[in-house]
Ligand binder design. Structure first.
Ligand SMILES: C[S@@+](CC[C@H](N)C(=O)[O-])C[C@H]1O[C@@H](n2cnc3c(N)ncnc32)[C@H](O)[C@@H]1O
Length: 668
């Protein structure tokens, strides 16, 4: 796609490339801006001035028309996406499972926009895959409107002080802003989520026909249409009572964070062809048993294929029904030039010596030399005489991997049955995604050690898929404490099973998966399994309630805030929960959930801890007062980062520490 009218492109050649001139710095700056903030550009790659103005001035409300995808509340959803969060994540040890083995596996019970913002400090550009299955806006789904800061039903009261969770509205079609409300909800979350993706990351969003068109335009805007990777069709059921067409599928939109980066890094995606290893094992055994009698081997192999169900993924392999010393093969491959108008050189049949019949659209190979080269490699098979067009031979064992096709078959009924098995044959949640589909997606798009995020977690199918996938990957789930009501049969069932909120189901499902995998492995799990639960709460720090006075200068407000902190946080320091404060401080200072914390023994006068994650290390002290010896220990320090309470420093200590550490001093 051309990016601007100046013909700056991201991947292809530009006029500037071909002209003898100095580098096009203007184009480069625009391209960099576009890459950083695609939402500031329109669908034709032009910068949108009003978006820039809205960025600079949060009170600005734009007017006017242009090529764009407008909906009511769009400016507001963008503002909501980038307004900082003053919430915190509170660790809930009681609902966590094997926390010492959890690594970075986390379930966050809370509203996802706030949670995404809180994750930004630590997980910015750290997440490899975001998978979400948002409410589809079918008129029955719950859509949480972002009013908890505005107080229709105060979120904190509802979720923090009640056991039952938050009751939220349905977005009915009679609501005049039916689509706009949904778009607004999605827009802010996608904008916030984009910051979490790594350069080589992907986002996958499940959706059905109701919002497919809107979602695609929204994703094009937030992630840029050049980063669109695929739209998968997920064929999941048949509806025999359909009046017009039996629509039994939904979609998965897949976008890369930066497709050019993937291209430049030569990243290609491949999955193991399911069943090839199994067929190889069977083939080797039969070959041995029948002492290379390939007629018998073939007979037995076909019998093996027949044991697979019709909708088994391995069925595709049964087309490899011929057998020789190279293993199973098929020799009915198309030798036509794709499209038409292919080369029409003469190929003489090896037995009759006469020219073979031409394929309808010409030979698949550009020259006769190439044709014979493929023949010598055993990749081309001639018919009995020249009246038959030769065909292409493919050996099953030549390639064990493949790109995942864009149409996938996975029946919702089977997903539900598998889900129920976990819950003693009961179903506390409607329409869970099949965890094995998610396992395949995770295996395909991520590697060992990667972080996978699902911020519309529902029953936790994504975590299930991650736990089943190979290697040590980490999951972060976010699920709203949505109150379960008795208005549906599933709701009644879930309540009877003791669940009060959807997030109770998420957590319990993951607990059941951990237990099941541990039992199945006989205690020999290749990786540790567990997860920590955090709940979204109001910040521990009273200062978040401070409201700056608009009539005062910035300096006056800073002074007033300092006084407020001194007064309020002095009392708070005596009553606080140290662990909670540490959690809040560490996440906001960019430490991931799998951080380690250990005492730093060289500090004798204060309790100083050394905190580490995969990307950073810092010293943290939450003592009410920092001793002079602790300040002196940083004399001449060239690399360490030190965080301590603002209230623990007087002016002199703060000045000295600033002198020793510069911006590596991070007061809290
Ligand atoms: C379609 S379901 C996801 C189902 C899930 N993929 C599964 O397999 O179980 C969407 C979930 O998003 C949750 N949700 C909706 N709005 C939310 C919000 N603002 N924050 C967090 N979760 C939200 C709903 O409670 C619901 O459980």
């Amino acid at each position: 796609m051309t990016q601007t009218s100046q013909k700056t492109t991201f991947g292809g050649e530009t006029v500037a490339d071909l002209m003898p001139q100095s580098p096009d710095l203007r184009g480069e700056r625009l391209a960099a801006l576009h890459k950083l903030f695609p939402d500031l550009f329109d669908g034709e790659g032009r910068i949108v001035e009003k978006e820039l103005r809205a960025l600079a001035d949060p009170a600005y409300v734009p007017v006017g028309e242009r090529y764009e995808f407008p909906w009511t509340g769009k400016t507001r959803s963008k503002r909501e996406a980038f307004t900082p969060s003053r919430a915190a994540l509170l660790y809930d040890p009681k609902r966590s499972v094997n926390p010492d083995k959890a690594g970075g596996n986390v379930i966050i019970e809370g509203e996802n926009l706030e949670a995404l913002k809180l994750l930004t400090a630590a997980y910015r550009e750290r997440v490899k895959l975001i998978y979400i299955d948002p409410p589809y806006n079918t008129g029955k789904d719950f859509v949480y409107s972002d009013d908890y800061t505005e107080g229709r039903e105060p979120y904190w009261e509802e979720s923090g002080t009640t056991e039952d969770g938050v009751l939220i509205d349905t977005n009915t079609e009679s609501n005049g802003r039916y689509h706009s409300d949904w778009l607004r909800m999605m827009h802010s979350r996608l904008l916030a989520a984009r910051y979490l993706l790594r350069d080589d990351g992907f986002i996958v969003v499940s959706i059905d026909d109701a919002e497919l068109a809107n979602l695609m335009r929204l994703m094009d805007e937030v992630f840029d249409e050049t980063n669109r990777v695929a739209t998968l069709v997920w064929d999941k059921s048949r509806k025999n009572d359909a009046k017009f067409f039996s629509v039994g599928h939904e979609y998965m939109l897949i976008y890369a964070r930066d497709k050019i980066f993937l291209k430049e890094s030569n990243i290609i995606l491949r999955a193991d062809k399911e069943g090839v290893d199994e067929v190889k094992e069977v083939f080797d055994r039969l070959k041995n048993e029948h002492k290379n009698d390939f007629v018998k081997v073939r007979h037995r192999l076909i019998a093996h294929y027949a044991t697979w169900d019709e909708d088994d993924d391995r069925q595709a392999l049964s087309r490899f029904s011929k057998v020789d010393e190279k293993g199973p093969y098929r020799d009915d491959g198309n030798i036509n030039w794709p499209g038409g108008g292919g080369p029409d050189y003469e190929i003489l049949h090896p037995t009759t010596g006469k020219p073979c019949k031409l394929p309808i659209s010409g030979w698949r190979y550009p020259t006769a030399e190439r044709f014979w080269e493929m023949y010598r490699k055993g990749r081309i098979v001639f018919g009995p005489d020249d009246t038959t067009v030769p065909s292409v031979r493919t050996n099953l064992f030549d390639s064990k991997t493949q790109a995942i096709p864009s149409v996938l078959f996975s029946y919702a009924q089977i997903a539900t049955q598998e889900f129920q098995k976990l819950f003693d044959s009961k179903k506390p949640f409607d329409n869970p995604k099949h965890f094995d589909d998610l396992r395949k997606l995770v295996d395909y798009l991520t590697d060992d050690g990667d972080v996978i995020l699902d911020f519309f977690a529902g029953s936790g199918s994504t975590a299930h898929g991650v736990m089943l996938s190979n290697g040590k990957r980490e999951f972060i789930l976010v699920q709203f404490p949505e109150r379960i009501t008795d208005k549906t049969r599933t709701g009644v069932r879930a309540l009877s099973m003791g669940y009060k909120k959807i997030s109770d189901i998420t957590i319990d499902r993951c607990r059941r998966v951990v237990d099941k995998l541990t039992i199945e492995s006989g205690g020999l799990l290749p990786v540790d399994l567990g997860f920590k639960v955090y709940t979204l709460e109001k910040s521990n720090f009273p200062r978040v309630d401070f409201a700056p006075d608009p009539d005062k200068t910035e300096a006056e407000n800073v002074e007033a805030l300092r006084a407020y902190i001194r007064e309020k946080e002095n009392t708070f320091l005596r009553t606080w929960d140290r662990e909670n404060i540490l959690d809040e401080v560490l996440l906001k200072n960019g430490f991931m959930f799998d951080r380690s914390i250990a005492p730093a023994p060289e500090f004798t006068e204060n309790q100083v801890e050394i905190v580490k994650d995969a990307y950073r290390t810092a010293l943290v002290c939450l003592d009410e007062s920092i001793a002079p010896e602790t300040v002196d220990a940083f004399k001449g320090d060239k690399e360490r980062i030190f965080s301590c309470l603002e209230a623990g420093l007087d002016t002199t200590k703060k000045w000295n520490l600033k002198h020793h550490l510069g911006d590596r001093l991070r007061p809290i």
